[in-house]
Design a protein around this ligand. Sequence first.
Ligand code: NAP
Length: 313
Amino acid sequence: MESIGVAMTTQMFTYLEQNLEGRFNLFKLWNHPLDSDFLQLNAQSVRAVVGCTKSGADARLIDTFPNLEIVATFSVGLDKIDLPKCLEKGIRVVNTPDVLTDDVADAAIGLAMAVLRRISESDRFVRSGSWMKNDFGLGTRFNGKSVGIIGLGRIGSAIAKRAVAFGCPIGYFSRTEKHHRGYKYFPSVLDLAANSQILFVSCTLTEETKHIVNREVIDALGPNGILINVGRGAHVNETELVSALLERRLGGAGLDVFENEPHVPEQLLELNNVVLLPHVGTDTIETSIAMADLVIRNLEAHFRNEPLITPVI
Ligand code: NAP
């Protein structure tokens, strides 16, 4: 397989890069932009693209490689891939579901805990020496709070399972009602938010779910409610989120993802009731290795004409 051209869109994980390099003829697009002479010269040999949440496969990239057969994303989310174009051109698409589910759910619960128990804020309090002068004050509890989940898929279900262990009643909104006894289905996000103290976002990002958390939803969650987003930044109308937090119409937020990441609205940096993560939901050594192995196994299966492990298309 050493002669097969594989284009990696951006730097994502050294282990993956090294393993691709050991098996294929790897083109690193951060060294060779799409319009460079080098890449134009080698474009015919590229049969696979490896992308991620930062940089996937849009129409321009797909058109650059006339012999492209497969797009593999080092993520479960597909929002950075032009799926209709892949479908139209008969290009296969694979992602990395399941292996990352538990770590993203852990991160979501961690964010909720951090906001409610003011963990990041209290860490700053100790480091700054403020403890010598004052008591820190009180947080609010996580256990027993009503949890709402937008998108009861793999990650949403894993969040629910963890929240149940903390004695939280679970409500959810998805395209379809699940037959899960004990979890309450809400046919609208607005109803779900109105009946939740903590609202988690863990659905797929599509045109339908863009800004699924808007001003109305935020107001339904209310001044004592908190929003945790481990889906994608564009699920939440960030301008509305920022004004709700500034006007205290929302109690707090824990965010792993942002509309225009890595750019984060400056006003959020000043707020103590907000915990901000740099899109690290899956970023443990264990999960990153499992995701990378899955990318490689999918590519190898494709080029051996074997069934794909985790096919999307
Ligand atoms: P999944 O199992 O496919 O679950 C997706 C969920 O979204 C399903 O419950 C689905 O509803 C729901 N959904 C899709 N379209 C919807 C719509 N129009 N309205 C309401 N709900 C809708 O995917 P997953 O593995 O749990 O991953 C979910 C998302 O998490 C990914 O797409 C990605 O964006 C994000 N993610 C983030 C990180 C991170 O680092 N922060 C890491 C991994 C994934 P049905 O069940 O009714 O079909």
